[in-house]
Design a protein. Structure first.
Length: 367
């Protein structure tokens, strides 16, 4: 055998072995957090977890916000490789700083009593290892919040795209409450299996319990459902699990609100409403199937018909109001003992994230 051919064969064998070793590493490093994990409550409101004089009350107007910060990468001119765009990481640590502070400032300006955040990197290659929870805490400073963090996923190192790998990333969801949180847990959601679990990673919602002056509890759910799946049905299964959990709490007399990124078209016809097609067939932009939301719960899709603004843009290209597909995937679920006064999307032109923040004003009804 000629020497050049031997070298080529050895090189090919080395590549095959390296690829095999990488596949073994990815599957070996993959893990899911156990269900019903107890979460730490970082307490700033007071030392005691249940001060009745500071507890949430009924017939009072409250505001809740939600914002997917997009790991601090998505300025309006950013495109993401998994949506068909070009980029896989934030452009720099400085870009993460600007985007995180900008999105958090939009939320702070809403003066929410409860604030939910999704896709917050604690440590990530894609976000230049910036601890984004610290940025949120810094911007929200000036108001006292109890804080709960739940890990959504801790991914193995993704060597793709090859010239700028997405890397290894630990990300989660954060809940803030101006009222004391007595306890919190993480619920593990069903995900796709086989190879697709490496794309779907791990998914969860957090459950924070807030004592009320009437002896009941306000149960607050923070969620980020699956996006990149084979057909979108897994997000529906996740939603069914969440609804069953909420319904059980409501039937026991508690007040329930879930908020976050549903990765579903909550308006049901976003392409028609916002006048741009091209993304409505994506698995994360499908309407919620009829009959998914049970009696006792109601979906709240933030929307102002006088000034319609979508909560999310597709990131296959830099944002262009004429060509970018837009869809409202962020919203709320409420139990029937919660009266919704209004809900809307902040018109931020996706300056700091591919998601505009949303908010809802509500009352917890007295018996």
């Amino acid at each position: 055998m000629k020497k050049p051919l031997k070298i080529a064969l050895f090189a090919l064998l080395a590549l095959v072995l390296a690829a095999l070793a990488y596949v073994i590493y990815v599957f070996a490093a993959y893990y899911r957090v156990e269900d019903y994990q107890t979460l730490d409550v970082v307490r700033t409101t007071c030392e005691s977890p249940v001060p009745m004089e500071d507890a949430a009350g009924t017939d009072v107007t409250y505001r809740i916000s939600s914002a997917n910060v997009g790991f601090g990468a998505y300025s309006s001119d950013y495109s993401f490789f998994m949506d068909g765009g070009k980029e896989s990481r934030a452009r720099s640590a400085e870009a993460v700083d600007e985007n995180m502070r900008g999105e958090a400032s939009l939320v702070k300006d809403l003066s929410p009593d409860f604030a939910l955040f999704q896709e917050v990197d604690i440590d990530g290659t894609r976000s230049w290892h910036v601890p984004e929870d610290a940025y949120l805490r810094d911007v929200m400073e000036g108001r006292e919040f109890d804080e709960v963090y739940a890990q959504n996923y801790d991914s193995p190192y993704l060597f793709y795209p090859f010239l700028s790998p997405h890397g290894a990333n630990r990300a989660g969801i954060i809940t803030y409450s101006t009222f004391p949180i007595s306890s919190a847990i993480r619920r593990s959601l069903p995900i796709e299996q086989g190879f697709m679990k490496l794309v779907d990673l791990d998914r969860c919602y957090s459950v924070s319990r807030i004592p009320m002056a009437n002896g009941k509890e306000f149960v607050l759910y923070n969620l980020h459902l699956s996006a990149y799946t084979s057909d979108g049905t897994i997000a529906t299964e996740q939603l069914e699990m969440l609804c069953a959990d909420m319904l059980q709490e409501y039937e026991s007399g508690n007040y329930c609100i879930a908020g976050g990124d549903f990765n579903k078209d909550l308006l049901g016809a976003s392409a028609e409403i916002f006048g741009v097609t091209g993304g409505e067939n994506d698995t994360w932009a499908q309407p919620i199937p009829e009959g998914t939301i049970p009696a006792g719960l109601s979906l709240v899709a933030p929307f102002d018909p006088e000034h319609p603004v979508a909560s999310c843009r597709t990131a296959n290209e830099p944002y262009d109001v004429k060509t970018s597909f837009r869809v409202t995937v962020d919203g709320f679920l409420v139990s029937d003992n919660v009266e919704v006064l209004g809900a809307d999307v902040v018109d931020a032109d996706y300056r700091y994230s591919d998601h505009n923040p949303i908010y809802m004003d509500f009352i917890l009804k007295s018996e």
